[in-house]
Write a protein that binds this ligand. Structure first.
Ligand code: ADP
Ligand code: MG
Length: 458
């Protein structure tokens, strides 16, 4: 390889490392290899079409900017070459290296991918495993790993909206496509599936349609609760389902409810759906929510303080889609300013997303609960004494007010004997540092106090 390309490659990696978040860099950029530079066309080798699609969607503009800077040239274009083998060969033989796959193969692979109807942004890599999705994750991963001797067929994942069902089942598809782009995979939302069936019946082409599904190694049908409304097509659906099954195709299904609870669903379909493994997704717990928020922020290249992560995690516990919405909103606001985002601004920006369930909770109530918990008279908690026995519970009370309420730090300060807003922010940050250090005592105490708060409010 010539020196110029090597130089550009190294520069590119160095700048990208600073430009992108660590996880984006490691997942998507670090494995790129600049192969050749021909006037304004830079050819880059990638692992897979999934990687190409993702990069095109997320990082293309930044990559072009970086290259234009390094090469001091405008109108740079990128040509992506997909070659998983390269990485293996490169290791074996650094000197004599060639691109194996001609351009046509790339086009075939890209068009194969389009046929799957998968979305490249849903992968196992960017899915946070945690409380609420552990069995759904484990069984999806099992299916991806063992497609040939499918352990669960069908695999059905059910649960509320925005909890990662579509993400997980598409991750299986993307995983398998990346492994082998020739595998016949299909992702199809149930309404589309029903429309296809209804039209095929109308046009007398149902046999052709069935035939087209015969070679599918994996069919993912999303949101099967939709079938319930389509009583007429259920009969045909049952046959198609058996057909795929008998041709050794793996089927993965999602639904918003357990099959038993889907009304107007044919009993034969119900029992078919339950034949493999039925598993659920539940809303994530606090820790998982915090991890998801960090990941989503990182994906947006948005650096976010821990106290803000915890505020969102504490106050949005509906589903992941809402968490994502909150992060996007903050990142958007933040992209126009240099200053770090404050907790007060966060509360203001997210006020519509945070439907306070704790209508009866207020600063006074938190102070009561904390003073009882630590057995300290409430007026001491509010006074300015710096004694350690009081200072720590006071900081914790301020932390809880900051993270649990919509009140501004200003108004919290007022209720703590007329302190300034920065005292409150500092106290909250100090407690957050103890939590970050995994200080067991602080963890236990805060958890217990939160339990009392949750029991005494609604
Ligand atoms: P569902 O199909 O259950 O309604 P989705 O799979 O569409 O939910 O998820 C909603 C959004 O939340 C998607 O953008 C998805 O990437 C994201 N998401 C859900 N669960 C997770 C998770 N555990 N880790 C990362 N992202 C998640
Ligand atoms: Mg979905």
């Amino acid at each position: 390889m010539n020196n110029k390309i090597e130089f550009v490659h190294q520069q590119f990696m160095e700048i990208s490392k600073k430009r992108f978040s660590q996880s984006s860099f490691n997942t998507w950029i670090a494995t790129l290899k600049i192969m050749s530079i021909d006037n304004e066309v830079v050819s880059i080798i990638t692992h897979s079409t999934v990687q190409v699609n993702y990069i095109k969607g997320q990082y293309q503009e930044s990559i072009i900017e970086i290259l234009e800077d390094i090469l001091d040239q405008k109108n740079i274009q990128i040509k992506y070459l997909v070659d998983a083998d390269y990485y293996k060969e490169e290791r074996d033989n650094t000197e004599n290296f060639q691109i194996n796959k001609p351009q046509e193969d790339l086009n075939i692979s890209a068009s194969n991918y389009q046929k799957t109807q998968l979305n490249p942004k849903f992968t196992f890599n960017n899915f946070i495993q945690g409380n609420g999705n552990e069995t759904a994750y484990a069984s999806s991963y099992q299916v991806a790993k063992n497609l040939k001797n499918t352990p669960y067929n069908p695999l059905l994942i059910f649960g509320g909206v925005g909890l990662g069902k579509t993400h997980l089942v598409q991750a299986v598809g993307n995983y398998l496509f990346e492994l082998n782009p020739d595998q016949n995979i299909l992702y199809i939302p149930s309404d589309q599936f029903v429309t296809k069936i209804v039209n095929s019946i109308k046009n007398n082409t149902i046999d052709q349609y069935k035939n087209s599904l015969r070679d599918k190694k994996l069919i993912i049908i999303d949101d099967i609760q939709f079938f319930a409304k389509k009583e007429k097509s259920q009969e045909e659906l049952f046959h198609i389902f058996n057909y795929i099954y008998n041709n050794n195709g793996q089927i993965i299904l999602t639904s918003d409810a357990h099959p038993n609870d889907i009304h107007k669903l044919d009993d034969r379909l119900k029992s078919r759906f339950k034949q493999g493994l039925v598993t659920d997704v539940r809303p994530p717990d606090l820790e998982t929510r915090a991890a998801i928020i960090s990941l989503k922020a990182e994906e947006l290249n948005f650096s976010i303080d821990n106290d803000i992560i915890m505020f969102i995690a504490n106050n949005i516990n509906t589903n992941v889609r809402d968490l994502e919405g909150a992060v996007k909103k903050l990142a958007f606001y933040h992209s126009f300013r240099d200053k770090p985002l404050t907790i007060n601004k966060t509360k203001e920006l997210l006020k519509e997303l945070i439907v306070s369930k704790k209508t009866t909770l207020n600063i006074d109530k938190i102070q009561d609960i904390v003073s009882q918990y630590y057995n300290i008279p409430k007026d001491l908690l509010l006074e300015k004494t710096r004694a350690q026995e009081v200072a720590r519970p006071r900081a914790i009370a301020m932390y809880l007010c900051t993270t649990q309420l919509k009140s501004t730090t200003q108004s919290i300060g007022n209720h703590f004997g007329g302190r300034g807003h920065s005292t409150v922010s500092h106290a909250a940050k100090r407690v957050q540092t103890w939590l970050n250090k995994k200080d067991a005592e602080t963890h236990k105490e805060i958890e217990e106090i939160l339990n009392i708060i949750n029991l005494s409010t609604y």
